[in-house]
Design a protein around this ligand. Structure first.
Ligand code: SDX
Length: 423
């Protein structure tokens, strides 16, 4: 395998060392070009490593996903979301005492300041819950001004825990606000996921406790959505963090990026697509439209996975457990027919397009009676643990600098301003 890149330019020769499968882009600058020192051009960072990370490993061709070296299949089968959040942030699985302390610490911080709640309650009831999440999370650093001191390890630790704990509360408040219902506060009688479901769905019952099959399904979905290396929203979190921002302000960038329909918003877009298709017999017509470039098959394709997304496989299994409680989502058959046809069509096979994490998750959320607008919120809540692990790693990485990419300038040069009456 190559150990270096040899470049000849005119009479000069250059040898650029390869480490970890990459060359350092700054090594190119020694090579002069007509447009200045040689640089790289990589829209969307399709082939550019922006950092070193020890958090999540993906082998896109093999469909492998590991958190801190543990296969996602094992974690989804045996772990809990809070244990996985600990693993992502600390790098090791907790001992029983560490896990008990961690769960206690997170659960202790589930309440939010009433002013933060007011930001949600004063927003339009029908504004998108992702917008309510962005505005309320953006307000949090005001209640914890010490969070701006990101060089203090104790401040980093407590504010990361606060945010992990408060995301479900803010998400539930956003949902209840959209329905015009009273807000349900966290209860110490319930664990992290049970409490989240109670804050979302409790009505007049004195003690609401969700069906344990639903609690387990949400716990698994949270594990699957916790982190995914340098995806769009994590890159946004790292970029904002690189300017010296606190975890709350950095997380807002992640929520904003995740809102996009090509990223976390895809689970909402999948249900809209299934509704538009309407029935199994109209699937072939829709597939023809995708092949003709008139639509995308939402929930399919991935920048890294060129194989089945391992999370999609596990979510399909969770869906069956949820449907035991809620009844089968009638749109499941349309999704299964879309997958069956797509996996056999040359258009998708040649482009290595497979179901991704968003293809089946929306069917579960719809079966749980979430409106589509809440689906991406269900992605943002667990992804907060990954964003915080990545935020922390970026803040502590001595190689990291404020992110400020180069550009290829294509505009005018050296023009003279003309008074408006002379234009
Ligand atoms: C997530 O990065 C992560 O890790 C993200 C994520 C995470 O956990 O953080 O995994 C979560 O965002 C999952 C992806 C959810 N998005 C969608 O399901 C939206 C639909 N998918 C596509 O928009 C697309 O596949 C992306 C955005 C996911 C990936 O886009 P890329 O890597 O930039 O690929 P591309 O757009 O260059 O596509 C290559 C080809 C193109 O065709 P040609 O120009 O070669 O003819 O494949 C086609 C694309 O048109 N293509 C699709 C398609 N996805 C790609 N054609 C139809 N339907 C699709 N879904």
């Amino acid at each position: 395998m190559a150990k270096s890149v040899h470049i000849r330019s005119g009479s000069a020769e250059y040898e650029l060392p390869i480490t970890d499968g990459t060359i350092r882009a700054t090594d190119l600058r020694q090579i002069p070009t007509d447009d200045g020192p040689l640089a790289t051009y990589d829209p969307g960072f399709v082939n550019t490593a922006a950092c070193r990370s020890a958090i999540t490993f993906i082998d896109g061709d093999a469909g492998v996903l590991e958190y801190r070296g543990y296969p996602i299949e094992q974690l989804a089968e045996t772990s809990s979301y809070l244990e996985v959040a600990y693993l992502l942030l600390k790098g090791e699985l907790p001992t029983p005492a560490q896990l008990a302390q961690w769960e206690n610490d997170v659960n202790h911080h589930r309440l939010v300041h009433e002013n933060a709640k007011d930001i949600i309650s004063k927003s339009r009831y029908d504004s998108h819950p992702m917008a309510k999440l962005m505005s309320s999370v953006a307000s949090l650093h005001a209640f914890y001004p010490g969070s701006r001191n990101i060089s203090d390890p104790e401040e980093r630790e407590v504010n990361v825990i606060r945010l992990l704990a408060k995301m479900p509360t803010l998400a539930a408040f956003a949902y209840r606000h959209s329905l015009g219902r009273n807000y349900i506060y966290p209860s110490d009688e319930l664990n992290f996921i049970e409490n989240f479901l109670a804050m979302l769905f409790k009505r007049q019952e004195r003690h609401y406790k969700a069906d344990e099959r639903l609690v387990r399904a949400i716990d698994v979905l949270f594990i699957l959505h916790a982190d995914h290396e340098q995806n769009c929203s994590t890159n946004a979190v790292r970029a904002v963090a690189s300017a010296g921002n606190d975890p709350y302000t950095s997380a807002v960038a992640g929520i904003a990026a995740l809102f996009g329909p090509l990223h976390g918003g895809a689970n909402e877009a999948v249900l809209k697509m299934l509704a538009e298709i309407g029935s199994v017999d109209r699937v072939p017509e829709f597939i023809e439209g995708v092949k003709a470039g008139r639509a995308k098959l939402m929930g399919f394709g991935h920048r890294v996975y060129k194989n089945y997304d391992p999370r999609a496989r596990i979510i399909k299994k969770s869906a069956e457990e949820v449907f035991e409680v809620t009844g089968v989502n009638p749109r499941l058959k349309i999704a299964q027919e879309l997958e069956r046809i797509a996996l056999g069509e040359e258009y998708f096979v040649s482009r290595k397009l497979y179901p991704n994490v968003d293809f089946y998750s929306g069917l579960i959320y719809e079966a749980l009676s979430f409106p589509p607008a809440m689906f991406t919120v269900m992605f943002a809540v667990p992804r907060t643990s990954g964003w915080m692990a990545q935020w922390q790693e970026g803040v502590l990485d001595p190689e990291q600098k404020i992110m400020r990419p180069r550009q290829i300038y294509t505009g005018h040069r050296g023009r003279t301003w003309v008074p408006v009456q002379d234009r």
